[in-house]
Design a binder for this molecule. Sequence first.
Ligand SMILES: Cc1cc2nc3c(=O)[nH]c(=O)nc-3n(C[C@H](O)[C@H](O)[C@H](O)COP(=O)(O)OP(=O)(O)OC[C@H]3O[C@@H](n4cnc5c(N)ncnc54)[C@H](O)[C@@H]3O)c2cc1C
Length: 246
Amino acid sequence: MSRAAKLDVALIAATRFQAPEDVDWSTDAEGPEALIEFAGRACYETFDKPNPRTATNAAYVRHIMEVGHAALFEHATATMYIRGISRAATHEFLRHRHFSFSQLSQRFTHDEPTVVLPPAIAEDEELSRLMLNAAQDLAFIHDDLLGALEEKLGTNPLATRQARQAARYVLPAATESRMVVTGNYRTWRHFIAARATEHADVELRTLAIECLRLLRVEAPTAFGDFDISTLADGTEMATSPYVAEF
Ligand SMILES: Cc1cc2nc3c(=O)[nH]c(=O)nc-3n(C[C@H](O)[C@H](O)[C@H](O)COP(=O)(O)OP(=O)(O)OC[C@H]3O[C@@H](n4cnc5c(N)ncnc54)[C@H](O)[C@@H]3O)c2cc1C
């Protein structure tokens, strides 16, 4: 029987920063946000913090956002492992060209077909059953096609790959996918700004907000300007006053 996949996002890699020992500078943050400040101060060698208004790391990072010096955010990166996302949503995600992606091959299929139910379907028992049955039917057709193609093309490794490649065309856009995604903070901010709005597809919006929450733990100031709110339908969106500068 086919089953519904649940979104799961994990931060699996993040920037580690070590200030050079021969530079007389310290700050009250660590990791990616310390790196962003270091990169900014390196531009004018203001390691002595001549401006008292930007002496803390949070004030400095916020100032960068205000003046739109977005390139500094490119030094810090974060990698997510995402499961329970549909091929429909990964297709939209892949449009963001500054990320690096590694995605589960559709030539590889789980024994039990897993699909992502859009919220409008997931909240309705009858519609969920309809969609899961459709996914199961397509999985049967996929297996029949694969069997027939293997018979036709043979079972050497190349033929098996070609058979799987052709059979997957029948799989639905709802098929669960998995991916490792790496991006710098400027890219993550741009993605969140574009996809966490109420106009974006709900699945990708949910993912964008999930990533935002994880990134906020890593870098509370660099992602702290996004305000998360709940829409009338119960889903969430996020906006920032600074996205125009980025
Ligand atoms: C609500 C919504 C609806 C959408 N609907 C559709 C749709 O109907 N059809 C469709 O095809 N797409 C649609 N999209 C996708 C959209 O067109 C973009 O492909 C996607 O949002 C990626 O964003 P981006 O192009 O700004 O750039 P990214 O690839 O994320 O790059 C970030 C920024 O880098 C710069 N950049 C990147 N590459 C270049 C380049 N080659 N030249 C110059 N500058 C560059 C730009 O400033 C860009 O904004 C939709 C997106 C959203 C959010």
